[in-house]
Design a protein around this ligand. Structure first.
Ligand SMILES: Nc1ncnc2c1ncn2[C@@H]1O[C@H](COP(=O)(O)OP(=O)(O)OP(=O)(O)O)[C@@H](O)[C@H]1O
Length: 260
């Protein structure tokens, strides 16, 4: 078992995963550098959620390796993987899964409290994150009294409040209206950058999938919103698409051919 490259905080090689014999991942290899924000793009059923599950230790791959910070996640037992997820990872699903009996701030504070933070510190941090996500005035409401978009913002606050090393976000803006998606994604990525949090997010939403800052990507994108993620990895049928070798030239001839 070869150790991963030093500059990747998260690294996977040859990942395979099957559901009842149907392949969902077929040999995916990727590395994510510390503080990098990577988007996993692909159409429905291409394996994005399964890949995120394997990278975050929620799912055990049928084959291949996953390493986080020098730890071989694929060899850890259930308890060790749960501790790793609780202490070092954050998770945002496409549906906000909040505890119905807790208020918004109590939900956001939950990971901090589970890790042993004091009540006052957890409450302060939770309120700060709710304010950043523009739902500070909902802090004392329970999930049933929040809109779906507000619930998702609480879920985003909860995932960031304990400053995880890696945030995994599976279609994090899916429950939001189109108009709110880019803003929520901006808030999420800006917060992650300012706190040095590595992010791996999935999306089939072109708003997220196309918002590439620059650097090596599986596909080129010149969207005006290209300010949010560092790199996009694209899956088709559980496999990575080969990287696109050339970017459009500055004179715009390639851009014409793209739009043709
Ligand atoms: N729990 C499951 N049981 C059986 N098959 C599953 C299960 N979850 C996913 N699959 C199948 O595995 C493949 C990959 O699914 P996955 O959810 O990882 O893709 P995805 O790209 O995240 O799709 P989506 O955008 O719809 O969430 C699909 O063919 C899907 O039908």
């Amino acid at each position: 078992m070869a150790a991963p490259p030093d500059d990747d905080v998260l690294w996977a090689r040859g990942l395979h995963y099957t559901y009842d014999g149907s392949p969902a991942l077929q040999g995916v290899t990727l590395g994510v550098r510390e503080r990098e924000i990577v988007s996993i793009a692909g159409s429905r059923g291409s394996g994005k959620t399964t890949l995120l599950g394997c990278l975050s230790g929620r799912l055990l791959p049928a084959g291949g390796e996953v390493w986080f910070d020098g730890v071989p996640v694929h060899t850890l037992g259930l308890g060790a993987r749960e501790r790793l997820r609780r202490d070092r990872f954050g998770w945002i699903g496409s549906e906000p899964e909040l505890v119905p009996g807790l208020t918004a701030w109590e939900n956001a504070a939950l990971p901090l409290l589970l890790r042993g933070a004091g009540h006052r510190a957890a409450r302060t941090a939770a309120h700060e994150w709710l304010d950043r996500l523009d739902i500070g005035d909902c802090a004392d409401r329970r999930p049933a009294h929040l809109l779906q978009s507000q619930r998702q913002r609480v879920a985003i606050s909860r995932a960031l409040a304990h400053s995880p090393a890696v945030l995994f976000a599976d279609e994090p803006t899916a429950p939001l209206h189109q108009a709110d998606r880019l803003q929520a994604l901006r808030t999420l990525t800006a917060a992650a950058r300012s706190h040095g949090i590595t992010v791996v997010l999935t999306s089939h939403d072109p708003t997220a999938a196309s918002a590439v800052v620059g650097g090596p990507a599986d596909r080129f994108d010149d969207s005006p919103a290209a300010t949010l993620v560092d790199r996009t990895i694209t899956l088709i049928d559980g496999r990575r698409t080969p990287p696109v070798a050339t970017a459009p030239d500055p004179e715009g001839s390639a851009a014409c051919s793209l739009s043709a």
